[in-house]
Design a protein. Structure first.
Lengths: 244, 244
DNA sequence: TTTGGGCCTTGATTTTCATCAAATGGCGAA
DNA sequence: TTCGCCATTTGATGAAAATCAAGGCCCAAA
């Protein structure tokens, strides 16, 4: 059960003594699939570190749709930014995606430690700064890009993460669809479409990328645009299935 | 020319001596309408405080469209979060919206000051935390909401900011459209539509809100839903113009 | 083995918004 | 004043993705 929290970026510059202090106010818990950690609007007096499984952060619209903001992987913290607000309120819901093991920390306690160490402060600011950047990227993905583009970018990211052209999708298709802000039907159709263009093969949750270059050019239209004039931009709707 | 930078939240807890240090590395500049402060990808070694006019932060898509991430008002800082990254690169473009007066600060220098004062650190973290929150809100606006919803939310925000039901739009319509991630044509049509429903009157950039409740219910569908069964959700396309 | 229930796929249709193209209107400069 | 330029409006059309509605698939429990 001894997990060194210094594996997480956020804690990486704590000394042994500080780690001990932080751990004093921590709880380890396990969550079932779908179990809630907190909801939008709850008072935020703890933050979290995922040490096993996954946690999805999402918001719910009035009609019940979920928009998944992020899927937190083991070794990562979340909700730590709220610590610095006057009236900390979680802006999202969090729930376990599959069984998950999570450590939670008391915000006040952690702030005390922060006020002893500039290097930890700076590290936190670095983390927050990266998140900001990520969200900005996300916003322009959402507005500037089509569903197909988002799909391709996600596949590429995953592919480069794994390092092989054959890989497994990191979550159920429905979940990924929500992450990419599209309906499961659309997700399915786009995958189907990419497959019919011989850009990739798919079997269940397994993906085999065939034409990486084309995938890349679809992911960020700016770069290779024009390499494949037949296909470049207009690959998208189900209607173009028979177009070549 | 003596502007107390402590008016900005970020600097508010600096003492006189620290202010002096910060100012040593600062430059005041004026910018013409449309003049660029920096571009996406530029090395980020300065951050900024707007003391007059407005600055728009935006990203550009491959086809030349602009997505406006934020419009910075006087008294506010921006790009300060980049300071904490290893290879600081501006993730957005910034340009003056109308003539603007801006102070820029050297990041390195400010970091030195930071490492003297926890309260300034905490304040920055607070600022960043708020921005994070804002961006998350933005993401769900973009994904969960329709163009009409975004428009209504913007109008309401503006109305409550001014405190009167009669107000002027805070920028040119085209700019606002980009801010709300829609085309000027769409912006125009939605406004026209709201007007035809007697929710508001519009003349140039002047808006007179008539039915605040209805506007509110359109802005966040969850609340008053059902108050006006005829209209509640389906007010949107230009086609429904003649629907009642 | 059969059954049932998620999840995913597929097809048909509709909605929303972008795009294209053409007025309209205001406003400053000549 | 008139001209020309720009932002905005308006109309017609198209494309992307949501929605609605079945159907298929896989797996786990009976």
């Amino acid at each position: 059960m001894n997990f060194d929290i210094r594996m997480a970026h956020l804690f990486s510059s704590l000394d042994d003594n500080q780690v001990r202090q932080v751990m004093e106010s921590s709880h380890i818990s396990t969550f079932q699939d779908g179990e809630s950690l907190f909801e939008t609007g709850d008072e935020a007096n703890r933050f979290f570190l995922v040490i096993g499984g996954q946690v999805k952060l999402f918001r719910v619209s009035s009609n019940g749709d979920q928009k998944i903001i992020d899927i937190i992987q083991p070794g990562n913290t979340f909700a730590e930014a709220l610590m610095f607000m006057e009236h900390p309120i979680y802006p999202v819901c969090a729930e376990a995606l599959g069984p998950a093991k999570i450590i939670s920390f008391d915000c006040k306690r952690f702030l005390q430690i922060l006020s002893q160490s500039f290097s930890v402060c700076f590290r936190i600011m670095g983390t927050m700064s990266q998140r900001l950047r990520g969200l900005i990227k996300e916003i322009d993905d959402l507005t500037l890009q089509s569903a197909t583009t988002r799909m391709c970018a996600m596949l590429l990211r995953r592919m480069e993460e794994i390092g092989k052209s054959h890989f497994t999708l990191p979550a159920a298709k429905g979940v990924l669809a929500a992450r990419l802000s599209m309906k499961p039907e659309t997700f399915s159709r786009i995958l189907q479409n990419l497959s019919s263009k011989n850009i990739l093969n798919t079997k269940g949750n397994e993906i085999q990328v065939i034409d990486t270059e084309l995938l890349r050019s679809l992911a960020h239209l700016e770069s290779v645009l024009g390499l494949e004039p037949e296909v470049h931009c207009t690959l998208s709707g189900a209607k173009s299935l028979h177009s070549d």
